[in-house]
Design a protein around this ligand. Structure first.
Ligand SMILES: [Zn+2]
Length: 442
């Protein structure tokens, strides 16, 4: 495709003017817009002379922000710059403002005030949710029952109270663990029943501290019915509620991120964070259990990824899906990296998007540790399109190179000429771009 001699699209906004809001953002309000296709050199002659009378004209590229707009004057350097940019980009936005009616700066704040007032009024309207049912309090909020105030349990506070309510038994269990960890009290759970459960002091020959919770049919929740909240025992640095399953829950995310986390480290962390003693054996078993959970998650996710790849390719044969694996020590294939570019995105990008794309990598905090690489384009309306993405183990030169090779093939980028890439210029990425797309503007 040649960019030297072709018509471009001008989105022309006229009859409106600039306003600046309280935070300094600029908008063009009022007037109308239309689209004109012509050679960029012929822009001033395509529109009638009358239209330019008394007008100040600005231009910007669709991917630029309004404050980056530039004044456009026929026959001056700004005009040549615009023509060059237009050829390269294919779309230019033009803004016309009547100089006499809207002499710049002063008009800005006047309107800004007006806009702020409008915003406030709107905010006033939406404050109250018309669909909110005041009689039927949602299950999670505090309420009242027979004059007794029900207290909703809040995760992470570590507090237990009489008349506290829980949506599930699991929540109550979590609340017990939080209480024990926060206060360092030794408690142990009583056998759980289907509708009743509780905990008592966990110290040998301990005190009268105890709590009972039961399922209230009419509330549809679990409610604390009995709570003797004072321990007269001494903290013994242990808690019977701190079982293997609890330790697994506490350390699952950390072990996922750092599989080298050793049982001794878990033990130390429990001591440091909660001032409680867990045995080495307990921590070792917890670590084993955690690893087996992670592995089964992994196998599960991996097989889903394969299904996903096959499903995509069945639906759209022209999509690109690459699932790379490496053998592990046991000879099983394990995940290495994954790349997807949908057929529809290839077409959309080729047809609508400007030859500019942004790439970025980011960490993923979900089940599998990894990093997401994405290529994002902007269309003529400044809409963002992620058109290809990949999951890799780490954001480095090798993985970026692999990503760009695939991008190049999917979008026929060749050496990158006529394209622009926007990135955080991280070193691995920079090298990969230089090697794969040496002629791209960066
Ligand atoms: Zn006690």
């Amino acid at each position: 495709m040649s960019f030297n001699d072709c018509e471009v699209t001008f989105s022309v906004f006229s009859g409106g003017h600039w306003v600046k809001n309280h935070s300094g953002d600029i908008s063009y309000i009022g007037g109308e817009s239309r689209s004109i296709d012509c050679y960029p050199e012929a822009f001033f002659t395509t529109l009638s002379e009358d239209e330019f009378a008394g007008q100040k004209v600005w231009y910007k590229m669709p991917f630029e922000l309004l404050h980056q707009r530039k004044l456009l004057r026929n026959g001056e350097q700004s005009f040549h710059n615009m023509v060059e940019a237009a050829k390269w980009c294919g779309v230019v936005e033009i803004f016309m403002v009547n100089e006499v009616e809207h002499p710049v700066e002063e008009a800005f704040y006047e309107h800004a005030e007006e806009e702020i007032r409008v915003e406030r009024n709107v905010a006033g309207f939406v404050d109250e949710d018309p669909n909110f049912d005041y009689h039927n309090t949602p299950p999670n909020s505090d309420g009242e029952e027979d004059g007794v105030k029900l207290v909703r349990w809040k995760k992470g506070i570590g507090e237990l109270k009489l008349n506290q309510v829980f949506d599930t038994l699991e929540e109550f269990k979590d609340a017990l663990v939080e209480y024990s960890l926060k206060e360092g009290w030794n408690i142990k759970q009583n056998p759980w029943g289907k509708i009743k459960c509780g905990a008592i002091c966990g110290v040998e020959d301990g005190c009268l501290w105890r709590i009972y919770c039961s399922y209230e049919e009419h509330l549809g929740k679990w409610k604390v019915k009995t709570y003797e909240d004072v321990h007269t025992c001494f903290k013994d640095g242990r808690s019977k509620i701190l079982k293997k399953s609890v330790i697994v829950k506490l350390f699952l995310d950390e072990i996922r991120t750092y599989p080298e986390y050793r049982p001794k480290m878990i033990q130390d962390q429990i001591q440091q964070r909660y001032n409680l003693i867990a045995t080495y054996d307990q921590c070792k078993k917890a670590k084993e259990k955690t690893i087996s959970i992670i592995n089964s998650d992994y196998v599960e996710q991996f097989s889903r990824l394969k299904d996903y790849r096959n499903a995509i390719l069945e639906q759209n044969k022209e999509s690109t899906v690459v699932l790379e694996t490496v053998p592990n020590d046991d000879g099983n294939e394990i995940f290495r990296r994954f790349y997807v570019c949908f057929e529809a995105m290839k077409n959309a990008w080729t047809m609508w998007c400007r030859p500019v794309f942004g790439v970025d990598g980011c960490f993923m905090k979900c089940t599998l540790k990894g990093q997401l690489l994405a290529a994002v384009g902007k269309d003529a309306n400044n809409g963002m399109y992620p058109f290809a993405w990949a999951v890799v183990d780490v954001e480095n030169e090798e993985n970026w190179t692999w990503f760009f090779k695939l991008l190049k093939a999917d979008f026929n980028l060749q050496q990158g000429q006529h394209y622009t890439i926007i990135s955080d210029r991280q070193k691995g990425l920079l090298n990969a771009v230089q090697n794969e797309l040496p002629h791209i503007e960066h």
